[in-house]
Design a protein around this ligand. Structure first.
Ligand SMILES: Cc1cc2nc3c(=O)[nH]c(=O)nc-3n(C[C@H](O)[C@H](O)[C@H](O)COP(=O)(O)O)c2cc1C
Length: 124
């Protein structure tokens, strides 16, 4: 599958219709958001266009488990994958349990971006 056979259009339709929130950031240390789907807005209350150029740190707050964020930081530094949950905050300040996975997007063995798949799970 490649751009020429409609692969990109297919991926776009998948992302736009996913029930899970999808967030893509630049590969840089700053990790600016370059894409968010409609499910991200449904989950967090942030309009996709309003978060482009910001970092997903905007979802964090006082109750966010720092150990989980350190684990994610380590995964980003080593180019590995991450999967865990932590308290995040919606635009209106409501806390919720975010369960998310972050994976690198590699082109010619170089990480060009990171993609996160996110959903709300019950706080147990
Ligand atoms: C693609 C991607 C998605 C992310 N999504 C979230 C998220 O949903 N919630 C969250 O608390 N942090 C998320 N982060 C983590 C922060 O952006 C940041 O990488 C993390 O806080 C570690 O950096 P810091 O130690 O400078 O805060 C995400 C990171 C990436 C790369």
């Amino acid at each position: 599958m490649n751009g020429a056979d409609g692969g990109l259009a297919l991926l776009q339709v998948l992302a736009e219709n996913s029930f899970d929130s999808i967030l893509i950031t630049e590969a840089s240390a700053e990790g600016k958001i370059i894409y968010a789907n409609d499910a991200f807005e449904k989950l967090t209350g942030h309009e996709p266009s309003s978060v482009i150029g910001k970092t997903p740190r905007i979802l964090q707050g006082p109750e966010t488990d720092e150990k989980v964020i350190t684990k994610l930081s380590d995964a980003l530094k080593s180019g590995g994958k991450f999967e865990d949950k932590a308290i995040n905050y919606k635009k209106d300040g409501t806390p919720f349990m975010m369960y998310w996975r972050v994976v690198p997007i590699e082109v010619a063995k170089k990480i060009v971006a990171w993609v996160a798949i996110q959903r709300e799970v019950p706080v147990l």
